[in-house]
Ligand binder design. Structure first.
Ligand code: AMP
Ligand code: TRP
Length: 333
């Protein structure tokens, strides 16, 4: 039987190689399996949990759609829409926030990281962010949710919320319990400047990440400057575990070249980093430049991107409003 897929990406800036290898590449594979029903959501309501400039946000929403399309998601096959246009998401998030427990949310590590030292100043939305994420998933009866490793805890919370709702209201399997789909290897792509930090849109230095809109020269320069260590290329996986930067670059290469980690290690064992970096640059150029060119082309046709979102919002809205109607009946509204 086919899977019901739901996933979301925040429109908070240029998408990067971590988003691509951790999530979007998987979206494309799932979209290409005929039997699946896929929904990919630009989660603009999640984006406003931290300050956003309205003009930039609106560009970033289109940029995220362009990235989906340029990476190979087919809008005729999958639903692509932005969260704010389907009001059921906000409504379900409120209802589920009355099911979720404070103790559960207090354990969320992403909130702790994002709120930083001054928790009192974080928005309430940043705190209840995972409840909105649960609403996204449960409204569509998603069976599988492709995400990067960093979202695993939020998915476990979603499962807990679904289970508690089903138990509290004795509705058996009204909410489907979704399975996370997380890449087994390379599920966490690290910064090019620090192998212990996640590659992220919010990192100040652009040299820390490969953006999906980078040019050939930018990719060449970033890989040249990527941090390594003075030793030659490792010859065993054990060697790698003590060398986070080398591990990350070898992981990126393996993922892009569709090789196992061991195969890449054998290929470059004992060689100089400079030789490996030339090969890495080449696979990055082969993979990223066609996406980058296509994103820029698509961004010139805003009407086309807006039509895709409008069409997707209608389709998603139809599904979500039916689920909300049933939720009202269950609650006694
Ligand atoms: P976000 O941009 O935070 O909305 O993330 C979109 C998707 O990309 C989520 O599934 C994340 O788990 C994934 N992702 C973000 N950063 C990374 C990274 N450095 N490595 C792997 N996956 C990532
Ligand atoms: N929280 C996810 C992230 O930052 C984005 C997201 C929102 C999401 N809603 C979702 C992912 C539903 C999967 C399913 O990456």
């Amino acid at each position: 039987m086919g899977k019901k897929i739901f996933s979301g990406v925040q429109p908070t800036g240029n998408l990067h190689l971590g988003n691509y290898l951790g999530a979007i590449k998987n979206f494309v594979d799932l979209n290409n399996e005929d039997e699946n029903d896929c929904i990919f959501c630009v989660v603009d309501l999640h984006a406003i949990t931290v300050n956003q400039d309205p003009k930039e946000l609106s560009n970033n929403i289109r940029g995220t759609v362009a990235t989906f399309l340029a990476s190979g998601i087919d809008p005729k096959k999958s639903i692509i829409f932005n969260q704010s246009k389907v009001s059921a998401h906000s409504e379900a998030a409120w209802i589920l926030s009355c099911v979720a427990r404070m103790g559960w949310l207090n354990r969320m590590t992403q909130f702790k990281e994002k709120a930083g030292k001054d928790k009192e100043k974080a928005s309430v939305g940043l705190y209840s962010y995972p409840v909105l994420m649960a609403a996204d998933i449960l409204l569509y009866d998603a069976t599988h949710v492709p995400v990067g490793e960093d979202q695993k805890q939020h998915l476990e919370l979603c499962r807990d919320i679904a289970q508690k709702f089903n138990n509290d209201f004795k509705t058996n399997d009204f909410f489907k319990i979704p399975e996370p789909l997380i890449q087994k290897e390379f599920s966490r792509i690290m910064s090019l400047k620090d192998g212990l930090k996640k590659m992220s849109k919010s990192e100040i230095s652009d040299l820390s990440r490969i953006n999906l809109t980078d040019t050939k020269d930018e990719i060449i320069n970033k890989i040249k400057k990527a941090k390594t260590d003075p030793l030659p290329m490792p010859s065993t996986i054990d060697d790698l575990n003590k060398r986070p930067e080398a591990k990350n670059l070898i992981g990126i290469y393996s993922s892009l070249a569709d090789l196992k980690l061991e195969e890449t290690i054998n290929k470059f064992s004992g060689k100089n980093f400079s030789e490996f970096k030339e090969n890495l640059t080449q696979v990055l150029i082969d993979k990223i430049i066609p996406i980058s060119v296509e994103i820029k082309k698509l961004l010139d046709d805003k009407n086309y991107l807006d039509e895709i979102l409008l069409d997707g919002s209608k389709k998603a809205g139809d599904i979500a409003s039916k689920k909300i109607k049933k939720i009202h009946e269950i609650l006694g509204f």
